[in-house]
Write a new protein. Structure first.
Length: 167
């Protein structure tokens, strides 16, 4: 499941329309539209906002698509899709999207699910070829003839455009 599909699943789970969902997570509706149409990919702050707005979601699933969507410990309190969306809670914090405490809890949950592995020492291998030859080959490949602009088009919001050329 890719990032867009996970966001769609959260949107369906929430039972909210796009506008109410965006308001709940503090996101611009146009940004959600761009994500759902795959024009852009969701950023880390978007996922953090979703994780804070829906604490019952499994951070491993939300961020990486690993595991179940809902945390096992919160499934007893909310097994099903909420029947009526509740109004966003008022907070005294002026920046509710960035909460250091919830961020640390989220990453500790990830660390429990994915414990750190013992690292093996890395021994660099001796280069089999001369690095200078590689760099020289790459630089020679970059030497291309100078390009010139032959035409510029400016598109206007009324659907018209103008072309400018040096021909």
């Amino acid at each position: 499941m890719d990032d867009k599909e996970r966001i769609e699943a959260v949107l369906t789970y929430s039972g909210l329309n796009n506008g109410a969902f965006c308001q709940k997570i503090g996101m611009n509706a146009a940004n959600l539209s761009h994500i759902l149409s795959e024009r852009t990919r969701p950023s880390l702050p978007v996922f953090k906002s979703i994780a804070e707005a829906f604490p019952e979601l499994n951070p491993g699933w939300l961020f990486m698509g690993v595991g179940e969507m809902i945390n096992a410990d919160s499934s007893s309190s909310s097994d099903a899709v909420p029947s009526a969306p509740s109004a966003p809670a008022e907070t005294a914090d002026p920046s509710p999207l960035y909460n250091r405490t919830s961020e640390m809890g989220m990453f500790s949950a990830l660390n429990q699910q994915f414990p750190p592995q013992a690292s093996q020492p890395v021994h660099p291998a001796a280069p089999a070829i001369n690095v200078t030859d590689i760099v020289t080959g790459v630089v020679d490949g970059l030497k291309k003839p100078q390009r010139k602009v032959i035409e510029v088009r400016i598109f206007f919001d009324d659907g018209t455009y103008e072309s400018f050329s040096n021909r």
